[in-house]
Design a protein. Structure first.
Length: 173
């Protein structure tokens, strides 16, 4: 037992206790994103936590039109209504790269946000191609990103579905 204690102290002394702190500081425990509609009213939150792989997004939404919607992480940390085009295109990572499937990092594959008849949605999903760390796929890259809710999940026209809600993703100071 004494040998184990000495060994543990030696590892901390050689590797440095700072290495453990760096890992803990790289990814915050959670980030709460205030989601607003086109009128600037808060319609709920998204709580982001670290997941393996990716980022878990827990949505608690109210006052949205019932039905199927899509969500994506967009490039810019801006949510200027009413159309939220200020959020830019889908997040591709700080280096502008895509994952191996060809989809932007901010895409959330195989997920449809279903809003109930009362306008609420309480659901969790993992965005597998982003992180809360300091790497190129961090949602904090370039000063932050935005979580955008689109009006419908599957549109028959060639244009992107309208953006109906948005929340800025940034590190809390």
């Amino acid at each position: 037992m004494k040998i184990l204690s000495v060994l543990a102290c030696t590892v901390v002394a050689v590797c440095g206790g700072g290495a453990l702190n760096t890992i803990a500081e790289a990814a915050p425990k959670s980030v709460v994103v205030d989601i607003k509609n086109a009128s600037g009213q808060s319609i709920g939150t998204a709580t982001l936590t670290d997941a393996t792989p990716g980022v878990k997004i827990k949505l608690d939404i109210k006052s949205l039109p019932p039905g199927e919607h899509s969500i994506h992480i967009h490039q810019a940390a801006k949510c200027e209504g009413p159309d939220f085009k200020s959020a830019g295109p889908h997040f591709t990572g700080a280096a502008g790269g895509h994952d191996h499937s060809g989809a932007p990092a901010g895409d959330i594959p195989n997920f449809v946000l279903v809003v109930h008849a009362d306008g609420t949605a309480h659901v969790s999903v993992v965005a597998p191609n982003v992180t809360l760390g300091t790497d190129d796929h961090s949602v904090f890259s370039n000063g932050g990103t935005a979580l955008v809710i689109h009006a419908v999940s599957n549109s028959t026209d060639s244009g992107a579905p309208p953006r109906i809600a948005c929340g800025v993703i940034s590190k809390s100071e």
